[in-house]
Design a protein around this ligand. Structure first.
Ligand code: CA
Length: 230
């Protein structure tokens, strides 16, 4: 009798502990989800902006009031189009004038050579941060068919050797051989995943996703809205 009572008491205790754990877990998941879906508070948008830009290659003034983030894949034809048609205008109007600082984050998913090109970009960024944007230019300028494996270590090192002499190509070649920057690309891909980036290029302006960023007028509107402070 006494034993049974004790057992019942113990059961209740276990149930209470489990309930408390579930509530704690529930709250944790709730705050995680509201962070990921970007609740509209200014603070969480700012936090989002910090998460997206931290440690990523950047072009433009660090003091620029607007931070733009592009998620891209060097093999994606739309990303080439963004590079060839939108980026030059963006650079002239906003980056070179100190209003926007732009960042690039990999979302490498279009084949094994997407990964190779992304790792090359990370290697160059680590070696010579200012040379990264030259790499960004030459890879898009020399992009080939999406269904072909072209961004091989040989192709990329050769391209860099011819166009960015300040980069140590032996170092680049070793980094590619050893997958030195695979984890850097993996963490970029994870960042894309947690921000529900499901196509490239995807552009964020001050932590907010921009629809139709391929249309320069739309992107310009989003930037100007931020410059006016809303
Ligand atoms: Ca990166």
């Amino acid at each position: 009798m006494g034993n049974q009572k004790k057992k019942k008491g113990l059961d209740m205790q276990v149930i209470t502990i489990v309930t408390v754990l579930l509530v704690v877990l529930g709250l944790g998941i709730y705050s995680l989800v509201s962070n990921l879906t970007g609740s509209s508070s200014a603070e969480s948008v700012k936090q989002n902006n910090d998460v997206l830009t931290k440690g990523q290659p950047a072009i433009g003034s660090p003091d620029a009031p607007v931070k733009l983030v592009e998620f891209g894949d060097y093999k994606c034809p739309s990303c080439k189009m963004f590079h060839d048609e939108v980026y030059p205008k963006l650079k002239k109007d906003f980056i070179d004038t100190g209003k926007v600082q732009m960042h690039f984050v990999n979302m490498a998913f279009l084949g094994p050579d997407s990964m190779t090109a992304a790792m090359a970009g990370e290697s160059i960024f680590k070696q010579k941060p200012e040379a990264f944007w030259k790499f960004y230019d030459i890879v898009y300028q020399n992009q080939q068919a999406e269904d072909k494996v072209w961004a091989t270590p040989e192709f990329l090192t050769d391209l860099v050797k011819k166009n960015i002499p300040e980069v140590d190509v032996n170092k680049l070649s070793q980094d590619l051989k050893n997958n030195t920057f695979k984890s850097a690309v993996d963490s970029d891909n994870l960042l894309a995943q947690t921000h529900q980036v499901n196509s490239v290029p995807t552009v964020y302006v001050n932590g907010k996703k921009v629809d139709s960023s391929m249309k320069y007028e739309e992107l310009k509107k989003a930037i100007e809205k931020e410059l006016q402070g809303k």
